[in-house]
Write a protein that binds this ligand. Structure first.
Ligand SMILES: [Zn+2]
Length: 444
């Protein structure tokens, strides 16, 4: 009896104070490279998934591709008591909207919502892209397998839905196949506007675009490193917010950057074999991706992708030229690597959807004082709060302290001038919200 009591006490202690959730390891192990491989093959077999391609055929073109993606989400839902709400979200783009829209076209996204039990209107999004292209962006008939760009991200998104549909989460998770990426980021724009119009509380989007290449054009072969792109501050900030930043800081602390750091931290905790590489910029130099339309309207959004790209296998007609084989074909995708990056997404979706919302209205004070003080509004579901801080030159939140279920705290002996500060909410299972950066100051 005493032994049992000690065991129970021990388990209770682990549960209450451990920051590790064993379920997250189960999720990592459940992601299947084989299923991702099969789905990439299916997507490649549609011949082309160009946004302007055939929508009638049952076997080729983007119409067949999106119908198959929808049916896959519906199959997953059938296996989890209808846990996914699956629908098309679409926008008609008129001919000539830009030079890549050569005829009127419906840009159709396939959306699957796994409804949150506690915060049904809060959403974390994982996206891949349905569409593909070859050398000429407007060539909608040539064979365009788009195996890595971006069947890999699409297959990873479907696989994450399969794995996570076995669980229930407090916040809603959206798995989405976006279209129109190569023609001008149309699908992301459509869904971001749809989210705004429906007052969806968007936590952020993790855009997966090319998650399967491990042999870079630079000659490096690397199946551990991946990139997390995030912009520094939202383009929607006001002129007064911009001016305030001169005096209070925050040049590298926008909402997308906090999401990037969150993913970075969780991967280091649960997948220490991986090398996440945060890149402090919106996207690759001068290039774009589907997180950007979300950033454009002020939502947090990051791009997750391979570290080493291969340009002979991107946006290329399939051909051999001067002894070089061109084309984004099936055999170049490394499915074990795509599985790992899918797991990166799955664990972050699971953690974020298990965590309470971040503290509200975080304010900071302590000008000309020996100690910094933070104040915030408590949020439903949080049982603890955690203050993070870091040297002003550090890219990551390096120092932290649990401060209890309080709405203000003074860090004794820590001077406001010398660090950046943020606060996260902590839920009953130890899962933490994204860290928020103060958006106001106070004097007392
Ligand atoms: Zn592309």
């Amino acid at each position: 009896m005493k032994q049992l009591f000690i065991t129970i006490l021990f388990l209770f202690t682990i549960n209450s104070f451990s920051q590790i959730d064993q379920k997250i390891y189960t999720i990592i192990d459940a992601v299947s490279a084989e299923r991702i491989k099969n789905d990439v093959q299916t997507l490649v077999n549609f011949g082309t998934r160009h946004t302007l391609s055939d929508t009638i055929s049952k076997t080729t073109g983007i119409g067949a591709a999106r119908r198959w993606i929808k049916s896959e989400f519906e199959n997953i839902s059938n296996n989890c008591n209808d846990c996914l709400e699956v629908f098309y979200q679409k926008n008609l783009i008129p001919k000539g909207d830009n030079a890549r829209i050569v005829h009127d076209v419906w840009v159709v996204n396939v959306v699957a919502v796994q409804r949150g039990t506690k915060y049904p209107n809060r959403y974390i999004i994982m996206s891949g892209d349905i569409d593909s292209r070859v050398s000429d962006s407007n060539d909608f008939t040539s064979e365009s397998p788009g195996a890595n760009d971006n069947a890999s991200g699409m297959a990873g998104t479907i696989e994450a839905a399969r794995v996570l549909s076995n669980y229930k989460f407090e916040s809603s998770i959206i798995y989405v196949g976006l279209s129109g990426e190569e023609q001008g980021l149309y699908g992301g724009k459509g869904l971001a506007e749809y989210a705004k119009n429906n007052n969806w509380d968007i936590i952020g989007i993790m855009n997966n675009d090319m998650i399967g290449n491990i042999k870079g054009v630079d000659g490096v072969i690397d199946n551990r490193t991946f990139r997390i792109f995030s912009e520094s501050v939202p383009p929607t900030e006001t002129e007064s917010e911009r001016k305030m930043r001169r005096f209070y800081g925050g040049e590298v602390d926008g909402v997308s950057r906090q999401l990037a750091r969150y993913v970075f931290k969780n991967v280091n905790t649960y997948m220490p074999e991986m090398n996440p590489m945060m890149v402090y910029r919106l996207d690759r130099f001068g290039r774009g991706g589907h997180h950007r339309p979300f950033n454009d309207v002020g939502f947090a959004g990051i791009r997750i992708m391979e570290a080493h790209e291969n340009y002979t296998q991107q946006h290329q007609n399939i051909r051999v030229e001067n002894g070089i084989t061109y084309g984004d074909t099936f055999e170049h995708v490394n499915f074990n690597y795509a599985k790992k990056l899918t797991a990166v997404n799955a664990i972050n979706l699971a953690i974020i959807a298990s965590a309470p919302p971040p503290p509200k209205n975080l304010a900071i004070g302590g000008i000309m004082k020996p100690s910094v003080k933070l104040k915030w509004e408590k949020v439903e579901g949080a049982i603890n709060y955690k203050i993070y801080w870091r040297d002003t030159t550090s890219p990551t939140w390096d120092i932290n302290r649990y401060v209890g279920n309080v709405s203000e705290f003074t860090l004794k002996g820590i001077v406001i001038d010398n660090y950046f500060f943020g606060v996260a909410s902590v839920g009953k299972d130890g899962h933490e919200s994204i860290i928020v950066f103060p958006n106001k100051t106070f004097r007392d």
